[in-house]
Write a new protein. Sequence first.
Length: 452
Amino acid sequence: MTLPRSHRHLLVRGGTVVSMGPERRVLQADVLVTEGRIAAVGPDLAAPPATRLLEAEGLHVFPGFIQGHLHLGQTLFRGLAEDLPLLEWLRDRIWPLEAAHTEETAYRAALLGAADCLLSGTTTVQDIGLVRGMEGVFRALEESGLRALAGKCLMDVGEGVPPALLQPAAEALAEAEALARRWRGAGRGRIQPVVCPRFVLSASRELWEGAAFLARSLDAPLHTHLLESGAEEKAVRKALGTGQLEFLDAAGVLDLPRVSIAHGVLLGKKHLPLLRDRRLGVVHCPSANAKLGSGVADLPFLRAQANLAVGIGADGAACNNDLDVLEEMRLAALLQGAERGPGALPAEAALELATIGGARALGLEDAVGSLEPGKCGDLAVLDLGGPATAAHPSVSPATRLVYGAGRGTVRWVVVDGEVLVQDGFLPHLDRDALLRRAAEAAEDLVSRSGIL
């Protein structure tokens, strides 16, 4: 029998709750979600009438994981842009493929990517969008059930950018605003807008200033790529005579209340005077940075800065090649150990990137990132008792999760009290149809892109 995904009340009973609240409590407890919000966390909670019950004895209950930087529209590009450095990767493969998108291919790409995210326990995403076909991405997000910040990608200049991806600044901003107003609050309130200039090399000063103005007028965050690779920074300095962060400062972007950047590989001490007491979210993308040869961000340094909040993201299937947040946590911890010594990023800190730290990076810490009464009923229930994760009782859940957990450990994924994943099954999505339609869209997309 297929159970309804949504109930007024959901009770997750008897699990080990990893709260990620201020006290970082780990306790044997129940979690009660009522009308989408966490009503209580504690032992032996009473189940109100008509409650859906998830028996979690022997399982671990985490806050739903947060991915702060994704390109869901690139999911159909998986394996089509291998073994290239960042700028060649963009010019020779990614931009021609993005230029070939239609609303339908974008929808199919994004829905496939959303399913990939959900199956590893992701409940909240920030997607930087597409220039063309963005309606399809929003449709997919709504259908997926994910909580999402998303916005149209903004580009108006750039060497090697296909004409189909270049829009005059005023036109691009007007379309971004229309999409933001149309989709704000969709998906039962889970979808919210974000303003997304792509990066310094593909957006003019006019577009950046307009994006900052739009973010203020919409009361929306701004998200972009920044300081990803040495080659990128060198190209910006050659073209503009200044560095990327300095450029954003001059354009007024850093004065916005909610700004997050993807990557920040090159972000270091020399940038601190520019940041001063400004708040900045930094989304670490370890797999993508490693694959594109961009380097490894200095997470201990970044996490030590009071005005920086650090999260994590898989980036896109074109440079990863999957969207598994569990894999990103593991790789983040391992790479910091390799670069800076054992314990540079303990498992507990890696888990924080995907929970409360990731929420802070997106400005969502009042709503998600920890299991506390009043917050959204977003959680991931994992079985850490299998061969890869079973350990002595003294071993922390974070260690077991970060270093051993894979997709197969995910039992349930819940957003607003709605069960979206159950034992590797997406009850609201037809898996076979999803894969078949994605394959058809990939054939169409590649054919029109001219890359092969």
